[in-house]
Design a protein around this ligand. Structure first.
Ligand SMILES: [Fe+2]
Ligand SMILES: [Fe+2]
Length: 320
């Protein structure tokens, strides 16, 4: 059973011993100290965050555990270095609750799923509707899509994150598409499928990790392949919808340097990109504001994803 969380450790004001702390291995690498001696650097994770842990006096890569495994660790937390100096690490083989290791969406999964199906219900083109129902009512896809995270760490990195993000992108597109007279069928299909490649890009067990094919191709490419395969099984699928939809998926990161295969060339692709960017960044703001509210500071450290520091003043309750 897990009783000590990363967030608890981060609140400790001084050095403290840790015995039998249960975490998942989020990353591991052998590094070389200034003295020339090798040491193991582990990233330990749970649903409340990550913390670095160092094991000195180790001259080979431990083979008994790997990334994603649960481990029991003992050592000392160093306030000064904000890490754990490890004395022992052993693979844990007892019972586990995944909810201890990966956070969960605050929104109700079933409600979001019903909303997603309602959006599909609003689509008039029978071919696009067939495509969407064939994908989202596929038992394996439904099961995965309801729990999958949207990212490893940047935005919506939690159980149900992909569904939450996809639902919000579709809701934003419902508004923007009406305002700018977009093709609503194409726009909403693109919104619902823009990140479908994440089911192949990421793996989600006790930790969220990239699959090999995910690292090699990333989710925009995987999403295009996946959707093109599905389209090929639908009779008389209009070429204009096929091209427009694949373009939305290929361009939804907006700029080549941000991972888009091509920059948006249609109104629908532009609106999906803007909705995707808005939701990803707003979710990141929300996370950082919540973290800062729990800390002493009003302005946090520079965030590499947002490219700025986040200001979250403490609200002082006024006396009645
Ligand atoms: Fe994406
Ligand atoms: Fe997205």
């Amino acid at each position: 059973m897990k009783s000590l969380y990363v967030a608890d450790i981060r609140q400790w004001l001084g050095d403290r011993p840790i015995s039998e702390g249960l975490f998942a291995v989020g990353g591991m690498e052998i590094r070389i100290a200034a003295t020339g001696a090798p040491f193991l650097s582990l990233t330990l994770t749970d649903r409340t965050g990550t913390i670095q842990a160092l094991l000195f006096d180790c001259d080979s890569i431990p083979t008994e555990y790997k990334i994603g495994d649960p481990v029991l660790v003992g050592g000392t937390f160093s306030r000064r270095y904000n890490n754990i100096n490890l004395q022992q690490v052993t693979k844990y083989s007892g019972s586990l609750d995944r909810d201890d290791f990966i956070a969960k969406s605050c929104r109700d999964i079933d409600e979001m799923w019903v909303g997603l199906l309602q959006t599909i219900g609003s689509i008039k083109s029978s071919q696009l509707k067939d495509l969407l129902l064939g994908i989202f009512l596929d038992e394996d896809i439904e099961k995965k899509f309801k729990i999958w995270p949207a990212a490893q760490e940047v935005h919506h990195p939690y159980i149900g994150g992909l569904l939450e993000h996809t639902s919000t992108v579709a809701r934003l597109c419902e508004q923007s598409g009406q305002l700018y007279k977009a093709d609503m069928d194409l726009l909403l299909t693109g919104a619902l499928l823009h990140d479908i490649g994440k089911l192949q890009e990421l793996d989600c067990d006790l930790t969220i990790a990239y699959t090999d094919i995910g690292g090699l191709l990333r989710h925009s490419v995987l999403g295009c392949f996946f959707v093109r395969d599905r389209i090929s099984g639908i009779k008389d699928f209009p070429e204009l919808f096929r091209d427009g939809l694949l373009h939305i998926i290929a361009s939804h990161h907006g700029k080549i340097e941000w991972g888009a295969m091509v920059e948006p060339m249609t109104l629908e692709a532009f609106l999906v990109y803007i909705a995707d960017d808005t939701d990803a960044k707003a979710n990141r703001y929300r996370t950082l504001i919540d973290q800062q509210t729990a800390s002493e500071q009003n302005i946090g450290a520079r965030d590499y994803f947002l490219g700025t520091r986040v200001y979250a003043p403490k609200v002082v309750e006024e006396d009645q």
